[in-house]
Design a binder for this molecule. Structure first.
Ligand SMILES: *Cc1c(COP(=O)(O)O)cnc(C)c1O
Length: 398
């Protein structure tokens, strides 16, 4: 089947829930993807922040192949070594005490919400169910995660959603304070907002929230599904703010290419929340995906991935400065490390599409942001090539 036939066939059988770009990817090598016609694409999207080591990484593949040949599934009724190893490693890099593995980011959010509700129920009785989330936030598509996602048009068709959710303004502490009641059990936010348009949390805001939560025994949930796992140049973005969450969610790059998420909690929260019977999953944290998590963390440390991102960030930001300076319709750039956005006054979806035609994979975020999430191994030559390709596209708008 050629590309047109493949796409026709896809549209005949796939539920049309995505407006996909007309590209059929077939292969990947390093920071490049290849479609079924053999056309090469430089990847500045990483499959939405998943493929931390790029494609076809032998070290990573060997670990997964070895695990596939041993054992891929047991259920959570039994112990297995990959989960034990992955749990120890993720708790260590996050500086938290206990972890539960899930199959996706949304499920990690669902778990985090259940932990917060159960904590309040255990400590103070049944009525403390309110959660404060942020405007422009994104936490996933399941009903609970959707309830705390701060974009009205995602939520509206599915009302009534989870009860007791209030939205505050990101980076405006007074709006959070105003939303707190004696029923508040948790405050949930992304440390660096992704889908909503690449908005990093201000230092004073996050530290202020931590203080508020401590004073009122409210749990701080940080969603680092997109910005965690080395993306900002730290293992987790909160580690740059001198604070710690009570609950942390991770997914996307956690397994660097297999579907796995996690929520982590402090001992103090673990002791007063979920107990056997409260939560579970059939697949979650199976031997295959947790072998990938353990390998991902090892490789991030051995290959000094955070240091690499830190080292390259000034260069990437300099390139973004140049783009903003060169094009009047590029008004600013925002971000941290390898999670960056360029604000455009021209249609972003069209720029993403034209970039693909020019062999560059990029993303959008919000209405007006071009989002860059390169594999964490992206080097200086890749950044130069991105600039050249993106400028070819942007030149068409001058
Ligand atoms: C992608 C994302 C999610 C949802 O993860 P899924 O694996 O798609 O369910 C939640 N929160 C943030 C910040 C994300 O970027």
């Amino acid at each position: 089947m050629n590309k047109t036939e493949l796409i026709q066939n896809a549209e005949e059988h796939l539920f049309h829930v995505y407006n996909r770009f007309p590209v059929v990817f077939d292969d990947g090598k390093g920071v490049y993807l290849y479609d079924t016609d053999g056309k090469e694409y430089l990847d500045f999207a990483s499959g939405i922040g998943v493929m931390a080591f790029g494609y076809d990484n032998k070290e990573y593949q060997d670990a997964l192949i070895a695990q596939i040949q041993k054992l891929t599934h047991t259920s959570n009724l039994y112990y297995h070594k990959p989960m034990i190893e992955a749990a120890e490693k993720i708790c260590k890099i996050a500086g938290l005490d206990k972890v539960f593995f899930t199959n996706s980011g949304a499920e990690a959010i669902e778990g985090a919400l259940k932990v917060a509700k159960k904590y309040a129920y255990t400590k103070k009785g049944a009525n403390q169910y309110e959660v404060i989330a942020m405007g422009h936030s994104f936490h996933g598509r399941t009903v609970g995660a959707l309830s705390v996602t701060g974009t009205e048009h995602y939520r509206e068709p599915f009302y009534p959603l989870m009860d007791g959710v209030k939205f505050a303004e990101f980076n405006d502490l007074s709006t959070v304070e105003a939303a707190i009641t004696d029923k508040t059990c948790a405050i949930l936010m992304e440390t660096l907002q992704g889908e909503g348009g690449i908005y990093p949390a201000d230092r004073e805001f996050l530290q202020g929230l931590r203080k508020l939560c401590d004073e009122k025994d409210i749990l701080l949930i940080l969603d680092e599904i997109q910005c965690g796992m080395g993306r900002t140049g730290s293992m987790f973005a909160f580690q740059r703010y001198g604070i710690k969450p009570d609950i942390l969610t991770a997914a996307k790059a956690l397994g660097a290419g297999v579907p796995v998420g996690a929520f982590l909690v402090t001992d103090q929260v673990a002791k007063q929340s979920l107990v056997p019977g409260d939560h579970g999953t059939t697949y979650g944290g199976n031997p295959l995906v947790t072998a990938a998590v353990a390998k991902t963390i090892d490789m991030m440390e051995e290959h000094k991935i955070c240091e690499h991102v830190q080292e390259m960030t000034p260069y990437l930001e300099k390139v973004l400065d140049e783009i903003v300076l060169k094009y009047p319709f590029a008004t600013e750039h925002r971000g941290m490390g390898y999670m960056q956005g360029i604000v455009l006054t021209i249609p972003v979806g069209e720029v993403v599409k034209k970039s693909l035609e020019h062999g560059l994979v990029v993303l959008s975020a919000g209405k007006d942001v071009l989002r860059l999430l390169p594999p964490l191994v992206m080097d200086k030559d890749g950044i130069d090539e991105m600039k050249q390709k993106l400028c070819e596209v942007l030149d068409q708008y001058v």
